[in-house]
Design a protein around this ligand. Structure first.
Ligand SMILES: [Zn+2]
Length: 158
């Protein structure tokens, strides 16, 4: 038996903030604003797993007014949701994700993101896909004001 889930996340970019995607620190003048470490890719995957489980969303599990999650490592939030899936008898089969960022180019970081995410998701690196896109100079991504991530996750019986 399989379950599928979808996740989407947007963070505003600002100077003086770190840019972390898939647990990897990206060299960038601008980083993502948010209560946690604002890792949009990890958040989208977390939401996709919660969606597959019909367990609400990241905001209900890790409210942004809760001081426990201030500057939280989003890979740890993801790990908690993987644990929740396991409690429900499910494991991750594979993940596919898009990250939209106008710059810097993410290609040099993709492999490390896949490895870090695969480790937390308890799957082989070959089961985690991360694709880098730009906004082609259009919309908030294209104007360098936002980072957006989308993810789709398949869960199978553990
Ligand atoms: Zn987020």
């Amino acid at each position: 038996m399989f379950r599928i889930g979808i996740g989407h996340d947007t963070h505003r970019l600002a100077r003086g903030r770190p840019l972390i995607l898939g647990g990897v620190r990206i060299e960038s003048e601008r980083g993502a604003e948010g209560h946690s470490d604002a890792d949009a890719l990890s958040h989208a995957i977390t939401d996709a797993i919660l969606g597959a489980l019909c367990e609400g969303d990241i905001g209900t599990h890790f409210p942004d007014h809760d001081p426990r999650w201030k500057d939280a490592d989003s890979l740890q939030l993801l790990a908690r949701v993987v644990w929740l899936a396991k409690q429900s008898g499910f494991k991750v089969v594979n993940v596919d994700a898009n990250v939209s960022l106008e710059g810097p180019r993410l290609r040099p970081y993709i492999q490390e993101m896949r490895e870090k995410l695969a480790h937390v998701l308890s799957v082989d690196g070959a089961c985690v896909s991360v694709k880098a896109k730009t906004g082609e100079g259009l919309d908030a991504v294209g104007e360098g004001r936002a980072v957006v991530a989308q993810a789709i996750v398949l869960l199978g019986r553990a």
